[in-house]
Design a protein around this ligand. Structure first.
Ligand SMILES: Cc1ncc(COP(=O)(O)O)c(C=O)c1O
Length: 302
């Protein structure tokens, strides 16, 4: 993978307050390996390929709508690497064609194995089995989070991002915020918007980042993947007002909570805030299919 030369715009979101909010459009970095996924995979893939494995194979884990699975499959296609996705939910083996993420991953050449939720939980055991079966493979953890991923996140920061007081990102497995925290400038505070109700995340991020310049805020609406009507309204309004598409699982939740915090005067007057748009837009069609079945309002796509 190359250091992307795509210029990443930083766009101001106008507010009626003496606070400046900007969005860094990491989602534009690649049409399918978008946002933080690109950077979390960057050193993982490059160091693996540098070792010249014969028959390179990338194996990773994810749920039915996983942005990370979508990104790894697209990467496999682009760099002609075999990919295998270990997918949570054995029932999906009979209906993966109905799931836009899994269907696209398949079109991009990814093989899939569907495992029960119980088996999926024991990833250490699954990994041991996979290591035996594919001794040359690169096995990347769920969400792509590991030490190399954290190193790759440094490319989301640059001279321009140094002028902000706060750096904000959605948090799933913690690799992205760990990288932002590690590579942030001394005076910057990092805010992570947890979209997973996981109380162990703070310690995990602290271990990966080795810095305590970050704070985690709950933004999950009860559990990972839950899409409330308020969330849908916020995403659609945001698009109407600012012309930027958000996703319902990560960036929509982050910005809704961030707007609430701005409203509640969490940030001192004059603060300059930068939120990272980490992509995840591929998940909208799957989310809309579920919403349609539930007779609910949909997320506007076009
Ligand atoms: C769109 C989006 N935003 C944020 C995140 C959170 O990243 P992390 O799992 O590194 O916390 C993810 C997961 O990779 C994601 O897909």
């Amino acid at each position: 993978m190359k250091i992307s030369t795509v210029p990443i715009p930083i766009i101001q979101i106008p507010l009626q307050k003496n606070i400046q909010l900007f969005l860094k459009r990491e989602d534009l970095i690649h049409p399918q390996i978008s946002g933080n996924k690109y950077w979390k995979l960057f050193y993982n893939i490059n160091s693996y390929l540098d070792q010249n494995p014969g028959n390179p194979v990338i194996i990773t884990f994810g749920g039915a709508f996983s942005n990370h699975i979508a990104a790894v499959a697209a990467l496999g296609k682009e760099y002609q690497l075999k990919t295998l996705g270990i997918i949570r939910g054995e029932e999906l083996q009979y209906k993966w064609q109905d799931n836009p993420t899994l269907k696209l991953a398949h079109q991009n050449g990814m093989d899939s194995r569907f495992v029960s939720r119980e088996e999926y939980r024991d990833k250490d055991f699954l990994t041991q089995i996979l290591e035996k079966e594919f001794p040359n493979a690169l096995i990347i953890p769920e969400g792509g989070t590991n030490e190399r991923a954290v190193e790759g996140v440094q490319f989301m920061l640059n001279e321009e991002t140094k002028s902000f007081d706060y750096l904000c990102t959605a948090v799933g497995t913690g690799g992205t915020i760990a990288g932002i925290s590690r590579f942030a400038a001394e005076n910057q505070k990092v805010l992570g918007f947890k979209v997973v109700d996981d109380q162990s995340l703070y310690d995990k991020v602290l271990k990966l980042s080795a810095k305590n310049n970050f704070e985690l805020v709950e933004a999950h609406d009860g559990k990972y993947g839950k899409i409330t009507n308020e969330n849908i309204r916020f995403i659609n309004d945001f698009k109407d007002k600012f012309g930027i598409q958000l996703d319902p699982i990560y960036t929509g939740k982050m910005l809704r909570k961030l707007f609430e915090m701005i409203e509640e005067n969490y940030f001192p007057e004059g603060s300059k805030i930068l939120a990272f748009h980490t992509g995840g837009l591929q998940g909208i069609s799957g989310a809309n299919e579920l919403l349609k079945k539930q007779n609910r309002d949909l997320i506007d796509i076009n």
